[in-house]
Design a protein around this ligand. Structure first.
Ligand SMILES: [Zn+2]
Length: 184
């Protein structure tokens, strides 16, 4: 598995491209802005899905162009899909498969009602639920501190060596964030 990070837009959102080495199948997580940068990064790959972790513009701003270029299906939890009708709805326990990779959907409300994380052993794509040294803000529409604390508790139960790829800033691990108290 290969992970490419493309930082896009004024909020420097991390758009992740997750690639299965053998089949060259891939997914794009959070095409937030600067479609041309993302399109350049997926050259030669078979993009099967575009996954939106949550319905904030800095995470989906380039969706039209990336969809047009790849023809990939857009996956999203319906609770956050106020701006768009996803091709496929995703919810707790769903599996996203491409090549030999299987990512599991964890529903992690708190930053927004329909926010999801994607997990495969060793790796967590955390959207704006968990960052390095901080959790996502809860003061936007659909946000809830109570739900955030629950979601963080869940993430804290993942194996400590899980590498976390957040929606902004640098990557971290579950162990580090436990040590820092971010996960409660
Ligand atoms: Zn957000």
């Amino acid at each position: 598995m290969q992970i490419k990070t493309v930082k896009v837009g004024s909020l420097q959102t991390n758009c992740y491209i997750v690639i299965d080495d053998k089949s060259r199948e891939a997914i794009v997580i959070d095409p937030g802005d600067e479609a041309q940068k993302i399109v350049a990064a997926i050259k030669g790959l078979k993009v099967k899905y575009i996954v939106i972790t949550h319905g904030h513009p800095d995470h989906f701003g380039a969706i039209d162009q990336v969809k047009k270029t790849t023809g990939a299906a857009i996956l999203m939890n319906p609770a956050d899909a106020w701006f768009f009708k996803p091709d496929q709805e995703i919810a707790e326990g769903d599996q996203i498969k491409f090549g030999d990779i299987v990512l599991e959907v964890l529903q992690t409300p708190g930053h927004s009602e329909g926010g999801v994380c994607l997990y495969t052993p060793g790796y967590l794509f955390a959207g704006d639920t968990l960052f390095s040294t901080a959790h996502g803000r809860v003061d936007l529409p659909g946000g809830s501190m109570k739900k955030m604390l629950n979601s963080l508790k869940r993430l804290g139960a993942l194996p400590p060596n899980t590498q976390v790829f957040p929606g902004h800033d640098e990557s971290t691990t579950i162990a580090l964030e436990k040590e820092r108290g971010t996960l409660g």
